[in-house]
Every structure is written in structure tokens, then in C-alpha cells.
Ligand binder design. Structure first.
Ligand code: C5P
Length: 219
């Protein structure tokens, strides 16, 4: 691969979004939170009154998605996460979002993409891959605090149930299931502060960059 692409995958609230943002800032690379694409499709499909279980109708919405539609604060809610995971099971939705993600990943200077299938399906040749995880309980606590900070009240138990349901749906679907790529480095953030997790991620990526540059020089 010509550009230095960093794939950051993992389950909800594992810390992958923060890690991707920090990597982008440190390395001067643009960052795409691909979860926003699925959230936008879910929210737009619901607003249009579509049947969320209809792959073709929801896929048609995905085909019209623009970058501007990713700015909507409604995409950050708990409900949007649930809608995203429901529409993300459809092949036509995933296929319609491929070009957007490939165009982003193909930027000449490189890019960071975070999601569920970046290292496995979207950018299988990415020179740096991380799979970020943490226990469901720790992830639920993080997500619960984040929702509270956004002014969205929810009980810890409900958030934990959401996380478990989402893990099962994202990992169990036929289309691009969430899974660690064989060549991705596992980063378990259960017992790490966000600073320690971001530092560990930076070290993994720096080592990957050295290997990538050596391979390019040897070509
Ligand atoms: O990362 P985030 O929680 O915003 O993602 C919302 C949902 O979008 C996930 O639970 C998953 O179902 C879907 N998604 C996906 N593939 C990605 C990113 C997100 O299927 N690359």
C-alpha cells in the first residue's frame, strides 16, 4: 500500500475513537470515524420512515450519503448507535459506503480510519492495524459517563445491555463481522487510562511505520 493507512477496529466504547483521534493529531493525518456513516444511514432511514429491515431501501439512502450529513449531533446519541448497528447488517448498505471509505483511505498523505471492519474488509493492506478492546463492563461505564456528559440520562445496566447486544449483533452478522484481523495488534484498554492507551497505540503505529518504510525502501 502506497499511503500510510492506520486501521483502528474494535467494539463500542473500547477507546478506539479517542485513540484514532490522538493518532491523527500526533501524526498529522485525517481521521474518519466510520461509525458515523452507519449512524447517519440509520438516522436518515428512520427519519424517512423506511423499514430498517429492508436492505434495498436502506442501501439506497446509504448511496446518497454526503460528508456534510455526518456533522449532525443526533448521530452521537445512544439511539443512533442502535439504529447504526441494525442497518449495518445489510450488504447493500456496506457496499454503498465502500467508495466513501476507500476515497478517504486513498488520500496521498495517509489517513486513520476507525470502525469494525477497516483492517479486515475496507483496508486489508493497511500498514498499521490495531484491534482495541476492553471488558463489556468497563466499556459500559465509559459509554454511560459519556452519555451523561452529553446530557443523555440512561442507567448503567441499560448501557451494559446495549453494549452486549451490539457486540453480539456486530460480531455475529454475515456481512463484514467485527473481528480482529490476523495481522492486527491487540490493545486491551481495560486497565489503561486513555493517556496510557494512546501512548501504547502510538508505539505500535511507530513500529509499523518503521517496518512499512523499510519494506518500501527494499522494493
Ligand atoms: O463506532 P460506533 O459505535 O459509532 O458504530 C455504530 C455501529 O455502526 C456499530 O455498532 C456497527 O454496527 C456499525 N459499524 C460497522 N462498521 C464500521 C463502523 C461501525 O458496522 N466500520
Amino acid at each position: 500500500m502506497n499511503a500510510f493507512v492506520i486501521a483502528v477496529d474494535g467494539p463500542a466504547a473500547s477507546g478506539k475513537g479517542t485513540i484514532a483521534t490522538r493518532l491523527g493529531a500526533v501524526l498529522g493525518l485525517p481521521v474518519l470515524d466510520t461509525g458515523l456513516l452507519y449512524r447517519a444511514v440509520g438516522v436518515l432511514a428512520q427519519r424517512a420512515g423506511l423499514d430498517l429491515d429492508d436492505p434495498r431501501a436502506v442501501g439506497a439512502i446509504a448511496a446518497t450519503l454526503t460528508a456534510g450529513q455526518l456533522e449532525d449531533p443526533a448521530l452521537r446519541t445512544r439511539a443512533a448507535g442502535e439504529l447504526a448497528s441494525r442497518v449495518a447488517i445489510h450488504h447493500p448498505v456496506r457496499a454503498a459506503l465502500l467508495d466513501f471509505q476507500h476515497a478517504f483511505a486513498g488520500r496521498p498523505g495517509g489517513a486513520v480510519l476507525d470502525g469494525r471492519d477497516i483492517g479486515t474488509v475496507i483496508c486489508p493492506d493497511a500498514p498499521a492495524k490495531l484491534y482495541v478492546t476492553a471488558t463489556p463492563e468497563v466499556r459500559a461505564e465509559r459509554r454511560w459517563k459519556q452519555l451523561e456528559g452529553q446530557g443523555e440520562a440512561a442507567s448503567y445496566e441499560d448501557v451494559l445491555a446495549d453494549i452486549r447486544k451490539r457486540d453480539a449483533r456486530d460480531g455475529g452478522r454475515a456481512a463484514a463481522p467485527m473481528t480482529q484481523a490476523p495481522d492486527a495488534q491487540l490493545l486491551d484498554t481495560t486497565d489503561l487510562t486513555i493517556e496510557a492507551a494512546a501512548d501504547a497505540a502510538r508505539r505500535i503505529v511507530e513500529a509499523a511505520r518503521v517496518r512499512w518504510e523499510a519494506a518500501k525502501a527494499a522494493d
